[in-house]
Ligand binder design. Structure first.
Ligand code: HEC
Length: 220
């Protein structure tokens, strides 16, 4: 269950497999593209919570691999209750405090060229987009307030202190959740356990991009 609040309503993450109650029984490839890249159900209504503003950036190759992976998952029978928004939830949606990703995506924007994987700022920029770092660290990655109530400030990622950490210090922070100053990052608000699964090259690419953004050598 992603959200279950007596006042706001309840939203459960979907069963993605082809078992009973799973979307795999109903979805074809285009339905997956619509859901992952555009945050829309097959009938065109928006999916709540789905971070498609980040996944919109997935290259065709990576999105294709992701869909193939989902379709290869063994079927699991599990029915997930339909999302239900109670009046307060509908007010939050109305105020834009609980925005559907689908409303933030320019659906017909030209797809960016997919950079080749490698330890390059361009590939790091791609991973920062797909990893949704800006959701919390701010549009310019100079620091921001995560949307989650009660979350600590998400520090800037382009400042001097990250340069001092060096690539090894940055990779260690993303893998262990402890930064070189000994501060433990709260995994409830900074999803480092997910990013810890990235390869060394991918984390090094992110670092290369953050450093280039700091030096102003990248326009992205
Ligand atoms: C859901 C919100 C969220 C997302 C998404 C997110 N972060 Fe964070 N991040 C935080 C918060 C909050 C902190 C501070 C955590 C703390 O101090 O307990 C943080 C801390 C960090 C730190 C430590 C900074 C410091 O000065 O100690 C690094 C490095 C970092 N994030 C990198 C990233 C990168 C790279 C991405 C994308 C791949 C990312 N984060 C995505 C919320 C987020």
């Amino acid at each position: 269950m992603i959200l279950d609040d007596p006042a706001i309503g309840s939203i459960a993450a979907s069963n993605l497999t082809s078992g009973a109650g799973g979307v795999g029984q109903r979805y074809d490839d285009l339905d997956y593209v619509r859901a992952i890249r555009h945050g829309l159900r097959p009938d065109g209504t928006p999916l709540a919570i789905m971070p498609s503003q980040a996944y919109w950036h997935l290259s065709n190759d990576d999105l294709g691999a992701l869909i193939a992976f989902i379709k290869s998952a063994p079927p699991v029978d599990r029915r997930v209750a339909k999302a239900e928004l109670r009046p307060l939830g509908r007010i939050l949606v109305g105020l834009g405090l609980f925005e559907f990703a689908a409303n933030r995506i320019v659906h017909d924007a030209k797809r960016p060229a997919a950079p080749a994987p490698g330890v390059t700022p361009a590939y790091g920029a791609y991973l920062v987009n797909v990893g949704d770092c800006r959701l919390c660290h701010g549009a310019a990655l100079t620091g921001g307030r995560p949307p989650e109530p009660g979350a600590p400030f998400a520090p800037g990622l382009t400042g001097k202190h990250l340069a001092e950490w060096g690539e090894a210090g940055f990779i260690a922070t993303m893998r262990t959740g402890v930064n070189p100053e000994g501060h433990a990052l709260d995994p409830r608000y900074m999803p480092w356990r997910d990013y810890a699964r990235l390869s060394n090259d991918d984390l090094a690419a992110i670092y290369a991009y953050l450093q280039s953004a700091m030096n102003g050598t990248s326009a992205q």
